[in-house]
Design a protein around this ligand. Sequence first.
Ligand code: ATP
Ligand code: MG
Length: 362
Amino acid sequence: MTNPSLLILPGDGIGPEVMAEVRKIIDWFGTKRGLAFDVSEDLVGGVAYDAHGTPLHDDTMARAHAADAVLLGAVGGPKYDALDFSVKPERGLLRLRKEMDLFSNLRPAQCFDALADFSSLKKDVVAGLDIMIVRELTSGVYFGEPRGIFEEGNERVGINTQRYTESEIARVAKSAFELAMRRGKKLCSMEKANVMESGILWREVVTEIGREYPEVELSHMYADAGAMQLTRWPKQFDVIVTDNLFGDLLSDLAAMLTGSLGMLPSASLGAPMANGRPKALYEPVHGSAPDIAGQGKANPIACILSFAMALRYSFDHGQEAARLEAAIERVLADGVRTADLMGPDDGTPVSTSEMGDAILAA
Ligand code: ATP
Ligand code: MG
């Protein structure tokens, strides 16, 4: 049997620094747990532009299609700000998402107990929080036609169109129900069916798909009420599914319930491959953080948790993912902190590699 394959794209800024810690952890799983992956590494973003004049080489795109999962660090940086739009580092990431057709964006909001004080909300509101937002990523108002700024009479009008087909709603709904089946069997769908036709269709199609998942308790909520409920008592939710625009806002809101950008992983999933698992790209939510790049200050946990998501959703090693998350929990409980997890008077932070080593030791 061949080993599952993982393509690693460290990218720019702190991307390579945090990815170095993930590599240590992948090696540990290989030697200590007998989980061997065929790991290969390639360029994306600014470093790919420097080497090839394009932020994503066709060969890299082909390797991404062939891999069981892709793990990406971050792209971009001030060095590339003046580049033409067509070769900007971010375009490399957009091409990956588009050509792999990654329509389902998973953003967990998970609060490690040791960091509950770090949230802007009351401790009992966030302690033990573990929810997942599924955002539709390839359609909706960011892509609908017509779009543009047009002349109308004697003034200009800016137009974007919210447009969803039944099949676009159905596929992201399915991925959310599948996820709910693996978690707390509770799904809340959010739209604005009270004022939007696409919201009415969204509610109908999600309800229809729900009949295939009788074990999942399905509820519906208007997205504005959902935002209120997310900040009031987020633990009432397990999985939330919503469209591209509302998901953009709600996933940022939910993420920040729990503290630092340095802690947040994500997954973007597409259609199932021959092995039954979805096409998948895993990446930390944070960017290339040029202000701290190259200084050993970056928190590697977001990228390590992204690998944990890969273990769970692409490689069917949920228990090993839980083992990794438990090690992170233990390290945080011991008070080990990178600078982003500390206040100004909280003592001395550890470096990126010290955090990685502490997690390995745990
Ligand atoms: P992008 O445009 O790529 O989303 P951004 O400028 O919005 O990038 P980041 O690059 O994520 O955002 O950085 C935002 C802030 O958070 C910066 O001050 C950065 O130093 C900090 N930050 C981001 N990621 C981390 C991390 N892993 N560890 C510590 N600090 C981080
Ligand atoms: Mg940003």
